[in-house]
Design a binder for this molecule. Sequence first.
Ligand code: SAM
Length: 224
Amino acid sequence: LARGLDPYLEQCSTPESPALAALAARTRAEQWTDRSLVSGSGPLEQEMLSGHVEGQTLKFLVHMTRARRVLDIGMFTGYSALAMAEALPDDGEVVACEVDPYVADVARQCFSESPAGARIRVEVGPALTTVLRLEGPFDLVFIDADKTGYLDYFHYLIGSGLLAQHGVIAVDNTLLQGEPYTDHGARSTNGQAIADFNRAVANDSRVEQVLLPLRDGVTLIRRK
Ligand code: SAM
């Protein structure tokens, strides 16, 4: 029996679907060292994938908010997009933004092997450019792309009609391996960006938020 917190969290959470397990296996099987991802200086590329427990949390959020339209900012090979798509009703839609055409192709292949994949529309390009031309409203938004872009995504979503009135934003990596609350003198660019993001959200009187210590930190945000 596997020991440790992560296997235990997985055991106690609803199992991932065969399609999500296959997507995760496909992602692990890629020779990521043979090519550099656009965002590639972070943790191991395979660790970029949100995975079973975080994916199940996103599915839960889709069900709980009764979302019909979801925006995935930072798709990678599509785990979060497919997880959320699986929880949507048949007429629901995920718009998934990814800047790297190679990973977007891997995602598309995985989506084509799953019925829920038909609910996902892939938009390749810088997410901020994509988001500026999208029509809302979106009931749920998952932000998991470039950390230095988080504040722009947040301000645009809250300030525009893109986020539904009662919509929810989930933001990944808001603990960034502890950097926002430790190493004040030696933060990486991403660590500083997340520290700035967390402070801006905490000081924004328009929103209610909670930072959950799930994996690398997930902040949930909604308009007051
Ligand atoms: N949500 C994904 C999942 O569940 O597997 C993981 C996303 S991964 C942590 C971050 C992704 O954001 C990478 O695939 C990267 O190429 C993409 N990315 C980085 N900067 C971006 C940008 N400006 N616009 C769109 N995608 C971007």
